[in-house]
Design a protein around this ligand. Structure first.
Ligand SMILES: *Cc1c(COP(=O)(O)O)cnc(C)c1O
Length: 385
């Protein structure tokens, strides 16, 4: 009877309008109606990526689009750099290593960001790098890497392509693909874009297309050249996730209704600040510094002496509040509070309040209401309200 309050880093809640849009009758992906839907929708997504380049749609999860970004740009024997600050950076490492590309791994401790100094230092002894891969928003730790600065380093110190996994933040974080000099930007439907899983979106710079045209690594389903060819006709090479494209069109309506993408980004920033101030008021540690904190997901350290898995289970069972645990070696040490996509300041107040109720059940010592009050103060000081 009670709705599950899904505060995960994906999949995330789906707005009613999006669900209704996905109820429309299915159409042929070779019809005029589809061409119109495809063209209109992909054009409307461009501001979210900050690009003038076409947006390509893959009928897949985000991982397939990451794999596409790797296999289309790197040829056998070539060297790449992968920046990893957590579990999803390690994904890019695994993909590159599986294909046998020479992979130089710039690794940071989980909870830290990669700074421009880190990257400059790391690139110094390397002279033949074809691509630099990085996660924009590291979902496992709640780190937002300084992508604009890293792009600048790659542009000024190398001829390499700069390829970005934006799966857990595009739609909730600023992105200026063209202006910053990102060569490929990838995202997925089920995180900040408020859609069900099953649709990946990516865009490719003109520089990267030149590399892709000469690429020697074989691919078929993930071949971006065929996506580009078909996109010219307003179509995809094989059957697309038509239903999700209807949904994506409704997502664009919602962002417009909010006052445009900059407002959507501002709401995520506000929610981030509400969650962080609430935790500080409860004397609960955050995994990351404010400087590199993600606007879409906050990693929260287990309060001293708390049985974290039991606590997370209790919140779900008693209050229907569904937080995600930690990944890898952070399992049992942190939990993750998702605030991406269809999530609002009111949802933050609700989740913090229920979390406090759970803390009382677990006899954690704190001043009841302190977290809610802190979140509310951030909310009240927001000029947009
Ligand atoms: C979720 C996620 C992925 C994987 O996406 P899937 O849709 O599960 O394949 C990749 N990168 C990041 C940063 C993610 O958060």
């Amino acid at each position: 009877m009670y709705p599950n309050i899904l505060r995960h880093p994906g999949p995330t809640p789906i707005p009613k309008k999006v669900q209704l849009a996905m109820n429309q009758d299915i159409i042929s992906h070779r019809s005029e109606e589809f061409v119109q839907l495809y063209r209109e929708t992909t054009n409307r997504v461009k501001p979210i990526f900050g690009t003038e380049q076409p947006i390509l749609l893959l009928p897949s999860g985000g991982t397939a689009a990451l794999e596409a970004a790797v296999v289309n740009t790197v040829s056998p024997g070539e060297e790449v750099v992968v920046i990893t600050v957590g579990a999803f950076g390690d994904y890019f490492v695994s993909i590159c290593e599986k294909y046998g590309f020479q992979t130089h791994k710039l690794e940071k401790n989980w909870g830290e960001a990669c700074t421009e100094e880190d990257l400059i230092e790391f690139l110094k002894p390397l002279s033949n790098i074809k691509a630099v891969f990085v996660t924009y928003n590291e979902t496992s730790t709640g780190i937002l890497n300084p992508i604009e600065k890293l792009a600048h380093v790659v542009r000024t110190h190398t001829d390499a392509l700069f390829i970005v996994d934006g799966v857990s933040c595009i739609g909730g974080a600023p992105a200026e693909m063209d202006k910053w000099g990102i060569d490929i930007l990838v995202t997925g439907s089920q995180k900040a874009l408020m859609l069900p899983p099953g649709l990946a979106l990516l865009s490719v710079s003109e520089r990267a297309w030149k590399v892709i045209e000469n690429n020697k690594t074989p691919s078929f389903y993930l071949n971006l050249l065929s996506y580009r060819e078909w996109a010219k006709k307003g179509m995809t090479p094989n059957t697309p996730a038509i239903t999700l494209i209807y949904g994506l069109s409704a997502v664009c309506d919602l962002i417009e209704e909010e006052g445009g993408f900059s407002q959507t980004v501002a709401r995520h920033e506000l929610m981030k600040n509400m969650v962080r101030e609430a935790m500080k008021a409860l004397s609960i540690k955050l995994l990351t510094s404010d400087e590199y904190a993600s606007p879409t997901i906050t990693a929260i350290c287990s309060p001293e002496g708390l049985d974290l898995p039991a606590f997370i289970g209790h919140l779900k069972k008693k209050y229907h509040l569904d937080f995600a645990g930690g990944l890898g070696h952070l399992q049992g040490k942190i939990f993750r509070f998702g605030h991406m996509g269809y999530c609002f300041p009111s949802d933050i107040l609700e989740a913090v309040s229920l979390m406090e109720a759970g803390l009382q059940d677990f006899n954690y010592t704190f001043e009841p209401g302190a977290g809610v009050k802190a979140a509310q103060n951030v909310f009240l000081s927001d000029h947009r309200k």
